[in-house]
Design a protein around this ligand. Structure first.
Ligand SMILES: NC(=O)c1ccc[n+]([C@@H]2O[C@H](COP(=O)([O-])OP(=O)(O)OC[C@H]3O[C@@H](n4cnc5c(N)ncnc54)[C@H](O)[C@@H]3O)[C@@H](O)[C@H]2O)c1
Length: 356
């Protein structure tokens, strides 16, 4: 299956990952419909790339069940990538109810809309590496490890996993495929995603870039926390590959999938900041202790299943991912045409054969 002319719905298309996914699918010739709230940041990648002009762009809330269902009925998507979410841990401490309403009930609305139409064949729901019960293990979490989540955001993503599991058993059961339904449903769990065009709050690379571009000192918390950093194109390549496999063999891949970096590319917050400063060509950081909110110290993903069963592999190691990211921001602040450059970036990624 290729994506050319396929009708694809992306929720959360105005966000960081959603904009890159939209761009990639435009490149692949898909007919993209996007349904989201307004871009969550200023500047925003969605606006920089002027994606509004290139797709069917709908501003809507996934909590608005009626509007969402009408949109599904009108555009009849064949493949759905559900990314819309309240994606921030610290916001979830301040707005726990809102976080559950958007992440859990919003996803429920998407599933209900899919139940009412016949066009949708493949659904990929983006949750998070934070959906696991984090035991601060040294080894990576596997897809069948217990779900959990200390903070409301992580817990809401674990709830989404349980919700999907129930809908897959009850309404989209692979055993009943072709009899009672024609929907293949999977979830994807990725780690800390970096790349050009993210300006979200409380995220390390945006915090670095915002400070460095103004000549200010970067403030970091939790400097020793270890995270599975990866370039945004890595998990997106996994989502696209999974969608293709699910389209071809709809009953084989309806489960949860981890997409993370190789073990050697785990790094602490401090290591990442020091590399960014060196790539930027100078800058300063200071560590600010903030103990108000619990944040995980160590988080790793086991990616063996995606490698073995999908043939997916990370292509860019941490140094390359950081280099690509810093170059992107430098070009943006230097007024480069970022649509052309970002398309080229995707092309470079596609061409990369070498597994580092
Ligand atoms: N960025 C990461 O490191 C990371 C890691 C793991 C998982 N994720 C997940 O990936 C997805 C995308 O994250 P992102 O980094 O692009 O976040 P983002 O904040 O840049 O984008 C979020 C998107 O969701 C939309 N949205 C929010 N609330 C909505 C609502 N009520 N109705 C409709 N749309 C709404 C926003 O408008 C935006 O388009 C999220 O589900 C997030 O939890 C992200």
């Amino acid at each position: 299956m290729d994506f050319a002319k396929k009708k694809i719905l992306i929720t959360g298309h105005t966000g960081f990952k959603g904009s890159w996914l939209t761009l990639w699918l435009i490149k692949l010739g898909a007919k993209v419909v996007g349904y989201s709230l307004e871009p969550p940041t200023k500047p925003s990648l969605f606006e920089i790339l002027n994606l509004k002009e290139k797709i069917v762009h709908i501003i809507g809330d996934i909590r608005d069940e009626e509007k969402l269902k009408n949109m599904f009925k009108k555009y009849k998507p064949e493949i759905v990538f559900h990314l819309a979410a309240q994606p921030l841990v610290r916001v979830s401490y301040k707005e726990p109810k809102l976080t559950y309403e958007i992440n859990v009930m919003g996803t429920l609305n998407v599933l209900e809309a899919i139940r009412e139409i016949k066009s949708v064949k493949v659904v990929i729901v983006v949750t998070s590496d934070k959906c696991y019960e984090n035991k601060e293990w040294f080894y990576g979490y596997r897809e069948d490890d217990p779900l959990g989540g200390y903070d409301p955001y992580s817990s809401s993503k674990a709830c989404v996993e349980l919700l999907i599991s129930s809908y897959r058993n009850s309404f989209f059961n692979p055993e009943n495929y072709g009899k009672t339904h024609q929907v293949a449903l999977a979830t994807v769990r990725a780690g800390n995603v970096i790349g050009g065009g993210d300006w979200q709050v409380d995220r390390l690379i945006p915090d670095c870039v915002k400070a460095l571009s103004k000549g200010e000192t970067i403030k970091i918390r939790n400097s020793n926390a270890i995270r599975p950093w990866q370039h945004v194109l890595e998990p997106l390549s996994g989502y696209l590959l999974l969608a293709q496999k699910m389209w071809k063999e709809p009953t084989k891949y309806c489960e949860a999938w981890n997409f993370g970096p190789f073990e050697k590319d785990l790094a602490t917050v401090r290591e990442v900041v020091e590399k960014v400063i060196s790539l930027w060509g100078g800058g300063k950081y200071k560590i600010e202790k903030d103990t108000r909110f619990h944040e995980a110290g160590l988080l790793r993903l086991d990616i063996s299943k995606a490698m073995m069963k999908l043939g997916w592999r990370p292509k860019w190691d941490l140094d390359t991912a950081l280099e690509r990211t810093v170059i992107w921001y430098k070009l943006f602040y230097g007024n480069e045409d970022m649509f052309i450059y970002s398309m080229k970036e995707i092309e470079n990624y596609e061409k990369e054969k070498k597994v580092r």
